[in-house]
Design a protein around this ligand. Structure first.
Ligand code: ACO
Length: 359
């Protein structure tokens, strides 16, 4: 039998438990949710096909297509930088949203190919588009950079600090590729994608959840060793080709297949959704075989998957926002649809983000 003397203490802790739960719920209601209100993208005009690469690399259209799904990629002309691509995409976004650049509060640029070490590409972009009331910063998350940056933007909106955060994923990968290395040169392209993150209106759900992961022990499989504080540029670093991407493709492939599927399934499960609830899946596009494997593990209908690697190759941080922007242009997503994005890249970095489309 229970001792009656313990009951008041029990009731008190029960009450405190319930009270703190309600306070948390009220706080949650007071916070702003965030949503994506507009997207846009830009890729340079110059198209380089697999056949073009055959002319100077020991490779073939057949190998590239069957091993990766890539048919062509866009490449910048000399003198065009990451901020130029991001600026063009941003101008398109501002026009679509019908706002002026001065309304933007904050700019986050996800990139591994900043125009230069400093100033940040965010500052250069701010100047180029005339976002004079914004501050900003660059975020280095490789192929997962855009998902990381979106999650950061959500925090600024969530806290009430900002109402319009411009999130860009932009990379000129050709600036760090060795044109004589068939292992890497065929895989990447240049481009930029942007999204505007704003508070939701009453009754809207917007961005529901995200999972962000990293594992630094994977750094050795995909990296650019030269140019930083460890190996500042010298004749030797140039001769040793240290200013180019180095990748153990096979190793990255194995981790990417598992990582992409894992964060995609986990985010659905913890939000009580299943694959059939997803209307649009926007995966990072490093290799169509990685996407296929993730989609198969998820049991997702292939018609829901954004796949444009054939036209753009891997544009690193730009890949997901380009995919999202194209899906919007093609009316593949409507208000209220459940959208899932997932990525895996250098670091290792990987993550997923789940949202109700509210644009
Ligand atoms: N053309 C012809 N042959 C080639 C080419 C090419 N372009 N590239 C490699 N090969 C050869 C290799 O030399 C090898 O020959 P060998 O057997 O005589 O040694 C053979 O093809 C097979 O090479 P693998 O590396 O085993 O080929 P694989 O099927 O693994 O495909 C690839 C390589 C496409 C790189 C794949 O491993 C991959 O997609 N990896 C993951 C990439 C990724 O996800 N990166 C993360 C994002 S990028 C970022 O974060 C910046």
């Amino acid at each position: 039998m229970e001792d009656d003397k313990d009951l008041p203490a029990c009731n008190l802790s029960f009450l405190i438990g319930h009270l703190s739960f309600f306070i948390l719920e009220i706080r949650r209601d007071l916070l702003y949710n965030a949503k994506i209100t507009a997207t846009a993208h830009y890729v340079p005009k110059k198209v380089v096909t697999n056949e073009d690469l055959e002319k100077f690399l020991d490779t073939s259209d057949e190998w590239i297509r069957t091993r990766t799904g890539i048919r062509q990629r866009h490449m910048v002309e000399k003198g065009v930088a990451t901020s130029d691509l991001a600026a063009e995409a941003s101008r398109r976004l501002l026009e679509r949203r019908g706002i002026s650049a001065s309304e933007i509060d904050c700019i986050i640029v996800a990139t591994v190919t900043p125009d230069m070490f400093f100033p940040s590409t965010a500052c250069i972009l701010q100047e180029k588009i005339g976002a004079r009331n914004a501050w900003g910063f660059d975020l280095s998350g490789a192929c997962t950079g855009f998902v990381y940056a979106l999650a950061a933007a959500v925090q600024f909106v969530h806290s009430g600090a900002h109402r319009k955060v411009l999130v860009a994923g932009a990379d000129v990968m050709t600036s760090i590729l060795n044109p004589q290395d068939r292992n890497t040169y065929v895989l990447f392209g240049d481009g930029a994608g942007v999204a505007l993150v704003e508070p939701t209106s009453p009754g809207e759900e917007g961005i529901l959840d995200f999972i962000l992961r990293s594992d630094g022990s994977g750094g050795k499989y995909l990296y650019m060793p030269g140019g930083g504080s460890l190996n500042p540029p010298t004749h030797e670093t140039v001769q040793k080709k240290m200013h180019y991407v180095h990748q153990d493709g096979r190793a990255v492939f194995k981790y990417a297949v598992v990582g992409m599927a894992e964060v995609s399934l986990e985010i659905l499960k913890r939000n009580n959704f299943c694959a059939s609830d997803v209307v649009l899946y926007v995966p990072h596009q490093a290799n169509s075989r990685i996407v296929d494997a993730a989609v198969e593990r998820m049991g997702l209908d292939k018609s829901k998957v954004v796949l444009n690697i054939d036209r753009y190759a891997n544009t690193t941080a730009a890949t997901i926002p380009i995919g999202l922007s194209e899906a919007c242009e093609r009316n593949r997503v409507r208000r209220g649809d459940l959208v899932l994005m997932a990525s895996f890249g250098a670091g290792f970095t990987w993550g997923s983000l789940l949202l109700r489309w509210a644009a």
